[in-house]
Design a protein. Structure first.
Length: 365
């Protein structure tokens, strides 16, 4: 499975794009290479739908340029053999950009003067993958865990094989000729040296993903104290890390990721309820539109399946219009993103009071 997760800068660029013609296509895809032809067939069908809408609003030359971009992707046979669970494609007459995503999105085709961004926000709202560091005095493994693919061990050529080799002694309890440390104190220092060496070897690989530890005490706490990596999960995978298979490590990691997701949603709802009383949170779309335009939203959560036709102008005035090609909720999200807000696309049941959107404000407006 190949994943191309958009960065925050990518999301900002997509959200702010304004062109005479912007085509957005989302489709679920199979991660199995043998399904490459069916992936292409589904894409071809959606591309055809998109081109029908393009021809309704563009001249012949512009439509031909968009079609050329789409055909270039369809004809790239190798691309369709290595996909994620969904594909997002963004096209203008001059450019095509695609992202292979880890979660399954529904089919969607949009043709407008801006890109549809809510589905891709869903893909970036919560982490679907992590690394597991299974570490003991006897050795270590770094295992990469994704949403639904088998876990795989990641080679660590620069990491020590075990605690003893990290400190250049036969055992972590050994003493060199010039040392005065004894017993548990000496062992603790050796484990700190071991943990620091492992941390340095892992740092170039982790790349912002959560790191989940499978380790026993005191090594688990020692590693937490020496690592400079900020994304270490607070919860451990229990059991002897030397005995756990990659599949068992993956199961434990996914359970922890689910817990992090649930805790973040619970915290969002609690913060919303607390700040709403002081005017620093709102679920009213008109209020959110104005707050987004003023840069007052710190965190915005939107119903990923809601659709409210309408527009938001640069002053934050919301106009509901059943005939509009734009989604008012998405327009609020665009303004919030441009002002540096964190924007989450969630299920309505995850929102406070099942509203369509909920914003936590930096200040009352």
């Amino acid at each position: 499975m190949h994943i191309d997760m958009p960065t925050h800068s990518d999301i900002e660029r997509l959200a702010s794009a304004r062109e005479s013609l912007c085509v957005s296509i989302y489709l679920p895809t199979s991660t199995v290479p043998v399904d490459s032809e069916s992936n292409q067939l589904r894409a071809r069908t959606l591309f055809k739908t998109a081109m029908g809408r393009v021809r309704e609003r563009a001249d012949e030359n512009t439509a031909a340029a968009v079609e050329e971009q789409l055909n270039s992707l369809l004809e790239d046979t190798s691309f369709w053999f290595d996909l994620g669970r969904s594909l997002a494609v963004f096209v203008t007459p001059e450019q095509i950009v695609e992202y292979r995503l880890p979660n399954e999105l529904e089919e969607q085709v949009g043709v407008s003067d801006r890109f549809a961004i809510i589905p891709i926000l869903r893909a970036t709202t919560f982490r679907h993958s992590a690394f597991v560091l299974a570490i003991s005095q006897n050795g270590l493994r770094l295992v990469e865990v994704s949403a639904d693919m088998p876990a795989k061990e990641v080679p660590l050529p620069d990491a020590p094989h075990d605690a003893a080799s990290a400190v250049g002694l036969g055992t972590v309890g050994s003493r060199s000729s010039h040392e005065r440390l004894k017993g548990d104190e000496n062992r603790k220092v050796r484990l700190m040296q071991y943990s620091r060496a492992v941390d340095h070897a892992l740092r170039p690989i982790l790349n912002g993903k959560p790191l989940i530890l499978a380790a026993a005490e005191p090594l688990a706490s020692i590693y937490r104290n020496v690592t400079g990596y900020a994304q270490v999960a607070s919860e451990l995978i229990r059991g002897n890390p030397d005995d756990l298979t990659e599949a068992q490590l993956a199961d434990g990691a996914r359970e922890i990721l689910d817990g992090l997701y649930a805790a973040e949603l619970a915290d969002l709802r609690a913060t919303f309820a607390d700040r709403r009383q002081s005017g620093r949170a709102s679920a009213d779309l008109s209020d959110l539109a104005r707050a987004a335009a003023f840069g007052a939203i710190g965190t915005l959560a939107v119903d990923m399946n809601a659709l409210v036709p309408g527009n938001v102008d640069d002053d934050g005035h919301l106009t509901l219009d059943p005939g509009s090609d734009n989604d008012a909720i998405e327009e609020i999200a665009r303004h919030a993103i441009s002002a540096g807000a964190r924007v989450l696309a969630v299920r309505q049941s995850d929102l406070p009071e099942n509203v369509q959107a909920a914003g936590i404000l930096r200040y009352a407006v």
